[in-house]
Design a protein around this ligand. Structure first.
Ligand code: NAP
Ligand code: ZN
Length: 347
């Protein structure tokens, strides 16, 4: 077993603190890599708080993981010691169901194995995430990175990046479309970057007037403060797509009214409470309400390559791991610009 240093939550009420545990030995199909940077996703906060379901504790969060390979199993083909490596939200899946066969492992019919707060496929032990010094992952779920990239700023692509890239690709959002990105946080700022890169006319819908300048710097064409009734009224019936990245309960009916006929609101944010949606909000204008979960491994690699080729990274604030609670508190208040990334050298 591999002795591993980490920060863990011992239960849903206790702040994260140093903890050690053992990872499995490197199997024939596994890659072990030492973690250099790990992004901080709002899903980490939801899960340590038991927002969605009772979690598995102690919990080591973190699913935006980049580092360097230190050991490979005998049958590993695509990685060698010293290579860069990355892992996102999944570390395994059944790999034989119809969704896995179509490179949609995130929708594995048996349930994909999450990077943390999940059980290994043989149910022998829980999975532990990237707020740790090293990780062992089967090769199929390890992503490749190009040398020379800004590793800290690349880390958030593993979740915030793919979660916004995948739906924009699926719904073919691009030239001629008016896209609204709802919520300018970790996911939202990546949604803006991809929307602009794909040629859409992008509007940020935000509760924070103070983010307007940043939104424009990120490439957004327009900015609407959703607390301003006049601005919201003027935008009614105007968007082809709304990418909803909001982490807290909000009024779906109000946002659906901003779609034009045949428009689609795509939920990627996962508030702890279910939303109430009136049928009238959808039928007037034949609107669609949809959702999307991260992205498959093949698409994640495609997104990483696309970002490397087009100089797209996340805008980050690099933090020491001892400051993780402060980062969570700021994230809870919507005060993240636009992704915290932990420098794992501080562990
Ligand atoms: P984040 O960085 O905290 O950003 C969320 C943003 O939502 C905030 O910055 C804020 O933006 C806005 N917001 C917060 N509370 C709000 C409220 N009450 N009403 C309206 N807007 C509000 O979070 P994140 O890491 O981007 O994650 C966003 C959500 O996506 C989380 O629920 C997370 O669990 C989920 N997620 C889903 C997937 C998936 O596969 N679908 C993957 C990763 C994360 P403004 O200041 O601009 O209003
Ligand atoms: Zn995430």
């Amino acid at each position: 077993m591999i002795e591993t240093k980490a920060y863990a939550a011992q239960d849903e009420k206790t702040p994260l603190a140093p903890w050690t545990f053992e990872r499995r030995e490197v199997g024939p199909h596994d890659v072990q890599f030492d973690i250099l940077f790990c992004g901080v996703c709002h899903s980490d906060l939801h899960q340590i708080k038991n927002d969605w379901f009772p979690g598995i504790f102690p919990m080591v969060p973190g699913h935006e993981i980049v580092g360097r390979v230190v050991k490979v199993g005998a049958h590993v083909k695509n990685f060698k010691v010293g290579d860069l490596a990355a892992t996102g939200c999944m570390v395994d899946s059944c790999q034989v169901c119809e969704n896995c066969k179509q490179d949609l492992e995130q929708y594995c019919l048996e349930g994909s194995t999450q990077t943390y707060n999940s059980m290994e496929r043989d149910k022998s032990m829980p999975t532990y995430g990237g707020y740790s010094n090293t990780i062992v992952v089967r090769e199929e779920f390890v992503l490749q990175l190009k040398e020379g990239v800004d590793l800290a700023a690349v880390a958030p692509l593993l979740c915030a990046g793919i979660t916004t890239y995948s739906p924009l690709k699926h719904w073919k959002v691009g030239k001629g479309h008016k896209l609204a990105v709802l919520g300018l946080g970790g996911l939202g700022h990546m949604g803006v970057k991809f929307g602009v890169a794909f040629g859409a006319e992008v509007t940020v819908l935000s509760t924070s007037a103070s983010k307007e300048e940043d939104a424009k710097k990120l490439g957004a064409h327009h900015f609407i403060v959703t607390k301003d009734a006049e601005q919201v009224k003027a935008a009614m019936g105007t968007f082809d797509f709304i990418l909803d990245t909001v982490s807290a309960p909000h009024d779906f009916n109000m946002y659906l009214s901003l779609l034009r006929t045949n428009g689609t609101m795509i939920c990627v944010g996962v508030p702890s409470e279910p939303a109430s949606v009136a049928a009238f909000s959808l039928l007037g204008g034949r609107k669609s309400l949809a959702g999307s979960g991260i992205g498959g491994i093949k698409e994640t690699q495609e997104m990483l390559d696309y970002c490397a080729d087009n100089n797209i990274v996340s805008d980050i604030e690099l933090i020491d791991i001892k400051d993780i609670q402060t980062a969570y508190e700021r994230m809870e208040k919507g005060n993240v610009r636009y992704r915290f990334v932990i420098d794992m050298a501080t562990l």
